[in-house]
Design a protein around this ligand. Sequence first.
Ligand SMILES: NC(=O)c1ccc[n+]([C@@H]2O[C@H](COP(=O)([O-])OP(=O)(O)OC[C@H]3O[C@@H](n4cnc5c(N)ncnc54)[C@H](O)[C@@H]3O)[C@@H](O)[C@H]2O)c1
Length: 306
Amino acid sequence: MNNNILIIGASGQLGKYFVNLLSKDNNVIASDIIPNSTLDCQFQLLNILDYNSLKKTIKTNNINQIYNLAAILSAKGESFPYKTWILTTEGFLNVVKVSIECNVDRIFWPSSIAVFGLNSNLEHVLNDVPMLPSSMYGVSKLACEKLMNYYNSKKLLDIRSLRFPGIVSASKPGGGTTDYIVDMLYSALSGNEYKCFLDKDRILPMMHIDDSVQASIKLMNIDREKISINSPYNITSFNITPDSWRNIIDTLGYDLKVLFEKDFRDKIAQSWPRNIDDHLFRNDVGWKPKYDSKKTAKSIIDAINS
Ligand SMILES: NC(=O)c1ccc[n+]([C@@H]2O[C@H](COP(=O)([O-])OP(=O)(O)OC[C@H]3O[C@@H](n4cnc5c(N)ncnc54)[C@H](O)[C@@H]3O)[C@@H](O)[C@H]2O)c1
């Protein structure tokens, strides 16, 4: 076994995919404030905001890598702005503090395309651009990007990060602006009409769960010298609108009815990238996605059905 890894926030949409891949070569402890008996590894109830319990878990298990996935996502975060700010920023700083005190080697912490804003040239978003995020989720992620840059550039820690776009998986998402992409697949399979909260032509970047998890682990496993920046990398796979996604689902043999009724989430999505430039990550790390939009839809439908 290579590493002793603690995953925080493992009961969410992405957690089990990180557990599955990381458990192949490492000792993994998954944790969350929500109990989870379905994961294929040791599980522990742990609140990232409880510093003493976090430190005890890390010391007891000799943890040398942390994956911090704890979050309140963009749409849900607008109902709980203070809680979102505290969870993201204090959670991040607790992981930083404990990692310095306990000599944790590496931290993975995903950022999000929510850090961008209307001033980020949304048609072609480079890695380093002006950012004025529109949601508290984006504001708190951007604050942690600055903290990450601070700790990396002072060589106090080794924090690695990707700005995930919307992730398509068989696990249901937990309150994000891109949730429709998974929810539509579930509606297609159940034969129910889907009420879409985004404009039918709202284009957003997305990626298959396997691509996002593999990219993250690849980033965690390369030598630090290959990483040319101290802040997160852009990463993306394909850009799609709700209407094109429905068309793809139709070509796979489903007759999905979609009612388009925009709500506040469409306003958030308007301030997010329509196209992301991730060549820096691809060049530094030697990565490219395996799944385009059609392959993604087919693979996730198969996974839900299995
Ligand atoms: N899912 C996406 O499309 C997407 C896109 C961009 C970025 N991300 C990022 O990836 C990471 C994982 O996302 P996800 O989709 O699995 O999110 P999720 O909302 O599905 O899961 C987050 C988990 O964090 C847990 N959590 C909340 N408060 C906690 C606390 N105090 N202590 C410990 N755990 C706590 C929740 O119980 C939940 O299980 C997050 O950092 C998120 O911002 C996700």
